[in-house]
Design a protein around this ligand. Structure first.
Ligand code: NAP
Length: 475
């Protein structure tokens, strides 16, 4: 029987494990370093944390949920949904918690996986599903070590981070910070937000789901599928706006301008929050509360460069000192460093970190020459700025299941042809070179500027190209 090891029990790992179990691949384990299913939805518990893609789409197509409380549910609901799916689909029972993978080595016939506890586990097929947003990035600010208050990254938030009556500094204005700040303003004595570049925002079409709607969903699941399809159509518009459709771009841009005009009366503040980089070069953020929160008297938006952290605050380039008791890093994730810190060596001892030295790449984001029988979930260039990554996970799960079927039937390792992978990468990178994502610094790009996270086209194109494994692509 083909032995399969999946690393990571987030949305991606659960999707592929569920697919393989459904196809009868029983010799499968999921190795999860934490003590719970959930990935980013287990790790991110900061106040205000919620979905920013409507839940009917940010969920599995095969497990639509008739119980969402609202269109953009809070993180606890998404985590509970994922845990329920993992349990019902048999994935939890196959998961070994508290097992951190440190290395994976191809020994010529099998993968040998090493864990932090010193265990060695053999597998025919290795499926890393560790996500792109699992390792927090904290800038090395001068003096950060001297800070005497509480310093915390949004992804490391715990319930005992003090907020009540405290002066809180938040560095960053990305998706995490724009959810956190409105949730703590008013409870904190004061919030100072440090913005390097303003994000593009759009109104969040959030709404509570009433009892009648939920009852109808339970009685007629087709209605849930219709709601999912409606959401999908909406994301096509925002997707078109960032992938070159001029009409969609100016329509969405107009809505964003109108939001700033209506929500920010003070022209000075409005100027500070008006982006001047191309819309969509970073993630466009859905929010109703961010701009009004910045206008509150107990919230300051600082746009001066941070020069140092002091014992009790932050100093900016204009010489001002901004005292704080709690320092929150909303500074994002090391998204371009795929699989770090796991050391992976493939055929002939090839080091994956070396292969990816100038930026990670993989054929269809899934498979890498020199690394037989290894298939990534949410690998390089499979992120989407506008629709749901879970859609991509499901496509990858289907593709990987085809690969596993072949491996199980054939007994020979499956390795993608180097020339196919190189040609694919050239195509993807040349399309990305003219994309909106080249327009600014973001977690999509390496320090050298290569875009390693994002898929260049529409989600449907990815689905079409990865829906069927072509044996000619492999040795
Ligand atoms: P992020 O989008 O990468 O934002 C990081 C922020 O920190 C940016 O504003 C960045 O400024 C700022 N920053 C970084 N280093 C800095 C420094 N040295 N000095 C000053 N500012 C600095 O990170 P994130 O907000 O955690 O979001 C990451 C991704 O997670 C999102 O794009 C989204 O995909 C996902 N997410 C999803 C949800 C959800 O609702 N589903 C919620 C949260 C996050 P610049 O813009 O100038 O670089």
């Amino acid at each position: 029987m083909t032995k399969i090891v999946i690393i990571g029990a987030g949305f991606g790992g659960v999707a592929v494990a569920a697919r393989l179990l459904r196809e009868g691949h029983d010799d499968l384990i999921v190795l999860e370093k934490a003590d719970r299913i959930g990935g980013v939805w287990r790790d991110n518990t900061y106040p205000g944390c919620a979905c920013d893609i409507p839940a009917p789409l940010y969920s599995y197509s095969f497990a639509q949920n008739p119980s969402w409380s609202r269109r953009f549910p809070p993180h606890q609901e998404i985590l509970a949904y994922l845990e329920r799916c993992a349990g019902e689909l048999g994935v939890t029972a196959r998961t070994r918690f508290g097992t951190e993978v440190t290395a994976a080595d191809w020994d010529g016939a099998r993968w040998v996986i090493s864990t932090a506890a010193g265990e060695r586990i053999e597998a025919d097929v290795l499926i890393p599903a560790v996500g792109q947003l699992s390792r927090p990035s904290i800038p090395a600010l001068p003096g950060a070590g001297d800070f005497r208050g509480v310093a915390v990254h949004t992804a490391h938030w715990t319930p005992d981070v003090p907020v009540d009556g405290r002066r809180i500094a938040v560095i960053g204005t990305g998706a995490s910070a724009i959810q956190l700040v409105p949730a703590i303003a008013g409870q904190a004595a004061h919030v100072t937000v440090f913005q390097r570049t303003p994000p593009w925002t759009l109104p969040k079409p959030d709404r509570r789901y009433g009892r009648a709607r939920l009852a109808a969903y339970r009685r007629m699941p087709a209605l849930m599928r219709a709601s999912r399809a409606g959401t999908w159509l909406l994301t096509l518009v925002t997707g078109a706006a960032v992938t070159g459709n001029r009409f969609a771009d100016s329509a969405v841009r107009g809505v964003s301008h109108l939001q700033r005009r209506l929500q920010v009366r003070d022209p000075e503040l409005r100027a500070k929050v008006t982006p001047d980089d191309p819309m969509g070069c970073k993630r466009v953020l859905f929010t109703n509360a961010w701009l009004p929160t910045l206008a509150r008297p107990d919230v300051d938006l600082v746009t001066e460069k941070i020069v140092a952290v002091t014992e009790d605050g932050i100093r900016t380039a204009d010489g001002a000192h901004h005292p704080c008791d709690v320092l929150v890093y909303g500074t994002g994730f090391a998204a371009t460093e795929f699989l770090v810190p796991i050391r992976v060596t493939g055929r002939d001892g090839t080091d994956l970190a070396e292969v990816w030295r100038d930026g990670a790449h993989a054929y269809l984001g899934v498979t890498v020459p020199g690394f037989p029988n290894m298939f990534l979930v949410y690998g390089p260039n499979t992120n989407t700025g506008n629709t749901s990554v879970i859609y991509f996970h499901e496509v990858q799960a289907r593709y990987i299941a085809q690969a596993v079927r072949r491996i199980a039937a054939g007994s020979k390792p499956l390795e993608v042809r180097a020339e196919r992978a190189a040609g694919y990468d050239e195509e993807i990178q040349s399309r990305l070179a003219t994309s909106v994502w080249t327009g600014c610094r973001s977690w999509y790009r390496t320090a050298a500027g290569r875009i390693v996270t994002n898929w260049p086209g529409k989600a449907q194109e990815y689905r079409r190209r990865a829906s069927r494994l072509d044996p000619a692509d492999f040795h």
